[in-house]
Structure formats: C-alpha cells, structure tokens
Design a protein. Structure first.
Lengths: 238, 517
C-alpha cells in the first residue's frame, strides 16, 4: 500500500501541529487522530519522519503531549537567540545559554531526575541564587593561570540587585543585573511552551513543562555534552 | 546468658526495617497534624489526619483514569469536608485548611522534596554484640504531574501512599487481590455489608497499584528499551501473561460479585441500610471493572509496544538514549571554560532546548506602518515583550483566560459603575489558577479606556473584540471629572454603563444627588 495524496496532506497537518508547541492534542481532535495514526501506522510514521528529516528536524517524543520535535541548528526552524530582545553579541548569547543550562541543572540535578515526570518549579530568585552560589564556589577555588576570563565571570559581573526601581506594575530591571537575564530566559521559555508562569507559587515562579524535560533530555543535554567533549579533544590535539 | 536483651529477637529480623518504614509512612501526616496548631485555624478542631487520608483516597479514586484529579479539585473537595466539620467558619478558612493538607502531603514546604527520616538498623555479631547502622528512609505521598492531553497539573499517589492506606507490607498484588475477592464473597454471603464495603474499597486500591506497575514497565520500555531488555526476555512476558490471565479472571469475578450484590438488592426483605451499602459496593465494583477492562486492553497491546519500540529505538542515535548529566557534564564545565569557548556550546543548549521557531515573515503593510510610526522612546531596561516584534503574527497579547476572568467580574458588578468599583471587584475576586490579578485589572482599564477614546494606531478589530468581550457590545463610558482613588492607578474615575441610555440616567441621577446635597 502506498500513501495517497490525502495521506500526504495528513503528514503536513501533523507537522503543522508539531510546529505549534502550545497546541495540545487533547484540544484538537484532528491532531489527536493523526498522532494516534503516527504511533500505529508505520508507513505514515516513516513519511512524517522523512519529511521532518528533510527539514533538519526529528521526533523526540510522540506521547499524548503531542509530537515533540527536535531541531538541528542548521534548520530554518531553529531558534535564533539573536531574535531575543537585547541579545545582540556573543556575550549576550553566552548569558542566555548559561542561564538555560543552569535552569536545567537546577531542576534536574542528576541524570536519574529525568526519569521522574513529577512537576518541577523554579523561580527567578532561586535560579539566580543557584548560579550565584556556583560562581562563589568557583571564586574561592584556585584558577589556572592560562584561563583568565572564564565563562562564570560574565555572569558574576552582573549586579545581583533584584529590583532597580519600584515603579507601578511590574518592576523594571537593568540589563546589567542578573535577575534581568534569568527573568528574560524564563519568559522566553514560556513563549516556547517550555514553562508557564504560576503566580500562585509566589513572585516570578514558573512551572517547567513536560516539553522542557523532553527537549533537555532527548536532545539539548547530550548534544551539548558531545560538543563540549569535542572541544576538549581539540585542545588535547593542539 | 546468650539472650541478655530485654528487647527480644524481633529487632534483628530481616523484616524489622520494613516495619519501621511502614510506621514512618504515617509520620508526615502526624507532623502535619502537629504543625496545624500553629496555623490561624489551629484551634478550630479540624482533623488533619482524617482530611489527609480523605485527600489520598480522593486522588486514588481517579488515578490511572483519563481525567485524573487536579490540585484545585482536591482542595475544593476537602474544603467541603472541612466545612461540615466547622460549619460556622468562613469558606476561606475551609479552603486554607484543605490547601494546608494537600500541601503537606506534597511536601510543598520543602519544595516537594521526598519526606526523609533517619532510621536505625540493628544487627548482631557472632559474639552477641549489637551493631548499629544509621540509614535514611525516603518516600513521597502525593506528587504533581502534568496531564499531557489537557495541560493541567494532576495529583498522583505514590506506592507508599497507597500502601499506607492498604496498611500492609510490600505484598504480591495479585495474591492479595484474589484474597480480597474471596473475603468479599464470604462477607456478602454472611450479610456483613459494612465490612464488605471496606473490602471493596481495598480491592480498588490494589487495582490502582496494579495499573501503576504496568505503567512503569511500559514507560521504561518506551523511553529506553535497553534498560529493560533483559527483563523482556523472560520476566516481563511471563508477568504479562500471568497478569492477563489474572485480569480476565478478575473481570469475571467482578461480574459475578456484581451479580451477587445486585441479588442482595433484589431480595424481598432487604433492609434500607443494607440496600444502600450494596448499591455503593455495586458502584465500586463497576468502577473496578472499568479499570480492569482498560488495564486488559493495555496488557494485550503491551507486547506490540515492545516490538514497536525495538524497531523504533534501533534507529535512534546512541547519544539520545542516556539521560544527560546536566550539572556535572554541562553546567560546571561550561562555567569554567574560557568565555569565548563556552559561548558556542552554551548557545547550542539554548537553541536545541528551545525547539521550534517558525520563520517569521514581514508583512509589507506592517513594515510601512512601523516605519512611519512615531519613534518610541527606547526603554532598554523594560522586560522583554515578545509581542512587540516586527510583523509578529502571534495571537493577541491578552490570553483568553484573562479575557474570560475580566468579563466574568464585570458581569458580576451591577452597571453603571465607576471604574474604581470594577477594579476593586477584580482585586477581591478569587481568580482561577494561573491568572494574574494585575493583568485582569489592566485589561478592565484598557477596555474602559478604549470605549471612552478608541485608539486607532493598533489593530482595531482586536481591540474592539477585547473591549466588547469584557464590557459588552453596547457599553458606554464617560468621565465626569472625578478622580480615581485606587492605589496603582491615576486619572479620571470613568463611569462604565451597559448602554448610552443608562449612562445618561446615571449622569442625571448623580446630577440630582449633587443638587440635593
């Protein structure tokens, strides 16, 4: 049996659903139907996987959460950090990256933590304190002479001041303060469907969503680890 | 001489540690009852222990089903119970008590960490001296999970919580279940309905645990088949086969019991109390049967799941199979690298974590509008507003929940009213979970302002939609020079009326008031 034109259209519909991270199959009967088909119909699944592969993407999870896809960096669908407000240079992107890793490290401190799907909560203050404490530990430990500007110093230089001024409505922060960056990353994660604001848990508290666990566990964590390993190997050769 | 200990030998038994653990399972509940004395309602005689058990029961009742119970539902249910124990107290207090109980079971005070207790283990050397070892017992009672389909958080009871209720040591679920069934049949035959109901309850708890065991095996298989590969060779198929035979037997047994209970209902001289109990048991059994039917379906497809996963995962890249070690493997190495080197991998993590970004196309009309718009002052320190991006086709800035909340509050206030009254109503209203009071306030103000003086720079249709959604289609707004006195806002205290006519009446009546005074 080969796939008909109609089936191919269904491939497109499912991928379109996957491209909208905030749509849940529970709220969209077409999505649910095609998701079930993806799980059960090998031919259809292969077609979806092949199209995604051509777009430099691959399926990370096909649970009831929906089709979660991972994106290779060269894909047209890959996120560009430079699209974030106030993120222009390498230094800014380093901060966004560091804070993202820190949030994952804070919520999932050991590999085994990724097996547990209970809800994880973080707040701007907790994440800020977590990174700050890591920086303080590094500050106390002796450093090697050849590395002067370690990455942690770019975070440590930021002011830990929590609120620059108390205007009405939301507090404003300076981009030279670390809470600004943490809040910005969490806000960005919320837009990407990785987290959601939970005001009942306190000020600037967020719930990390299942999508966060999947993306960090199935793709981002190991890919970054391998990139770091490659850099280390490169240093050994040089 | 060989037995100088008054304590006897039991303390050295292998099962002693298990019994200590069983005893400790009740400790979080006891602690919660203890600490309740320090709450504002501590002296009002709410039974925290009973409420805790009720909470766990409520969670288990729907665990494993399509619609598991949410935090808010549990709190509301418990608040109902609290209300019947303190009928002359305020509803807020009942909610506070219920919230306290559920939070205690979740261990929210310690950020959902597992309950952890130091325990002693005793052993005996050859020469009779006693060896002491310190250990730690850790467990959770309730945990919160994301319901993938609905996106809400649901509660689940841990095996420890279920066991605490069943009240035994770790036992083989299947045997226990047959035992319960046997007991139930006997009890029914003897007409001991009160006890039979308890037994039916227990039978249901076991079904939940049983479904959980299967879920664990299947979840492990789907995640990384290699971790359970050896188990699938013999152990799991045998377990599945046994389970399937067992569930089929249970289904039959439950059908038979149901007959039995219904028979008791149809008996000519049945007492009303017995009839009520029998009806309750019948409902319970019906639920068990539903659960087992579903479980049976999953058991039958379990083998296919395994085969499918085997095919699927054989094509997965190796790196994706391990759980990453973010802390030691990524975070700390990144921090200690030279900033120039770290930027690349750090960005990789953020980009890969982010998932998808649909390429955004600039609409020419928007671009021209934006270019011609008066220059806004740069507000660099303002937190990011993602919706301000150029040509962003994203949905409106106001989430539908906030719209609905604002509309509901305005509905509840009698119009015409002053804007300050509406804002007060917002501040006093209990908003649904996840809705920011400030956002609702802002929306109400914006809707009123838009009605008063429509802004034409923005997308008009959206603004009209939002404003009519909140205030209604015919709403009319006017100012009479009165100033708003609410902290956080300034300017005219606008009058919001349902239509022009009532606005005019309001103006007339307040005019008369002023003349009268």
């Amino acid at each position: 049996m080969t796939l008909s034109q109609r089936d191919l259209a269904d491939v497109g519909v499912l991928i379109a659903c996957a491209l909208r991270p905030k749509v849940r199959p529970g709220a969209d009967s077409d999505y649910l139907r095609l998701l079930v088909r993806y799980r059960s119909d090998v031919e259809y699944r292969n077609a979806v996987d092949s199209v995604l592969d051509g777009l430099d993407m691959r399926v990370l999870s096909d649970s009831d959460l929906g089709l979660v896809v991972g994106v290779r960096r060269e894909s047209v669908f890959a996120y560009r950090l430079s699209d974030l407000p106030n993120v222009s240079g390498v230094a800014d992107r380093l901060l966004v990256g560091l804070v993202s890793v820190a949030i994952a490290a804070y919520a999932f401190p050991t590999p085994a933590d990724f097996d547990d799907d209970r809800v994880r909560w973080v707040s701007v203050e907790e994440v800020e304190r977590f990174i700050r404490e890591a920086c303080d530990r590094l500050k106390r430990s002796p450093t090697e002479d050849d590395v002067l500007d370690e990455a942690w110093r770019s975070y440590d230089r930021l002011s830990p001041g929590y609120k620059a001024d108390k205007g009405k409505g939301r507090a404003r922060r300076s981009a030279a303060s670390s809470p600004y960056w943490v809040a910005m990353v969490l806000g960005w994660m919320t837009d990407q469907g990785l987290a959601r604001l939970t005001p009942t848990r306190g000020p600037e508290a967020y719930q990390l969503l299942e999508r966060f666990r999947i993306q960090a566990r199935e793709l981002a964590g190991n890919a970054t680890y391998e990139e770091l390993a490659a850099i280390r190997r490169g240093e050994v050769m040089a | 001489v060989s037995e100088p200990w008054v304590v006897g030998r039991a303390v050295f038994d292998a099962s002693f540690g298990d019994r200590v653990r069983v005893l400790l399972r009740a400790r979080p509940v006891a602690d919660a009852a203890d600490n309740a004395g320090r709450q504002a309602w501590g002296e009002q005689g709410y039974d925290v222990v009973a409420l805790s058990l009720a909470a766990i029961d409520a969670v288990i009742a729907r665990q494993g089903f399509e619609q598991e119970v949410t935090y808010d539902e549990t709190v509301l249910g418990l608040a109902g119970l609290a209300a019947s124990s303190g009928p002359d107290r305020l509803h807020e207090e009942h909610l506070a008590v219920a919230g306290y109980v559920v939070d205690a079971l979740l261990n929210r005070r310690e950020r959902e960490a597992p309950f952890s207790y130091a325990v002693s283990a005793f052993g005996r050397e050859q020469d009779g001296t006693v060896r002491h070892k310190r250990g730690v017992v850790e467990f959770r009672l309730l945990t919160e999970h994301e319901d993938h389909r609905r996106g809400v958080n649901v509660l689940r009871a841990s095996a420890d919580a279920i066991n605490a209720l069943v009240g035994g040591l770790e036992f083989d679920v299947e045997d226990e279940q047959s035992a319960v069934e046997l007991m139930l049949t006997r009890q029914l035959e003897r007409g001991a309905f009160g006890q039979a109901e308890k037994a039916a309850e227990r039978s249901r708890l076991l079904s939940v645990r049983y479904a959980d065991e299967l879920r664990t095996v299947l979840a492990d298989t789907t995640r990384d088949i290699r971790t359970v590969f050896s188990q699938w060779a013999e152990q799991v198929p045998a377990q599945l086969e046994r389970s399937r035979a067992h569930v089929e037997e249970r289904l039959e047994g439950e059908a038979r019991l149901l007959e039995h209970v219904r028979g008791a209902l149809d008996a000519p001289d049945v007492e009303p109390e017995v009839a009520a109990t029998a009806a309750r048991i019948a409902r319970l059994l019906e639920e068990c049967r539903q659960r087992h039917t579903e479980l049976h379906g999953r058991l039958v497809t379990a083998r296919t799941t395994f085969l499918d996963e085997q095919t699927r995962q054989s094509f997965r890249p190796i790196g994706g199979l391990r759980n990453p070690d973010i802390n030691d493997g990524v975070f700390l190495p990144l921090l200690t690298m030279a900033a120039d080197d770290a930027a690349g991998p750090a960005e990789t993590f953020a980009v890969l974590l982010a998932g998808i970004q649909s390429p955004k196309l600039v609409r020419f009309a928007d671009l021209v509008d934006d270019l011609l718009a008066p220059r806004r002052e740069a507000r660099a320190e303002e937190p990011p507003e993602p919706d301000e991006e150029l040509g962003d086709p994203d949905p409106p800035a106001v989430p539908p929940e906030v719209l609905a909340a604002a509309a509901a509050i305005v509905d509840a206030v009698e119009l015409p009213a002053r804007l300050s009254d509406l804002l007060l109503a917002v501040r006093e209203a209990t908003l649904p979970d996840g809705i920011d009071c400030d956002a609702v306030e802002r929306l109400v103000v914006l809707a009123a302002l838009w009605n008063y003086a429509p802004e034409t720079m923005q997308d008009v249709s959206l603004a009209v939609d939002a404003a009519t959604h909140v205030l209604g289609t015919t709403a009319a707004v006017d100012a009479d020079g009165a100033q708003i006195g609410l902290p956080g806002w300034s300017g005219d205290d606008l009058i919001v009326a349902q239509d022009e006519h009532s606005l005019a009446q309001w103006a007339g009546s307040t005019g008369r008031d002023r003349e009268a005074s």
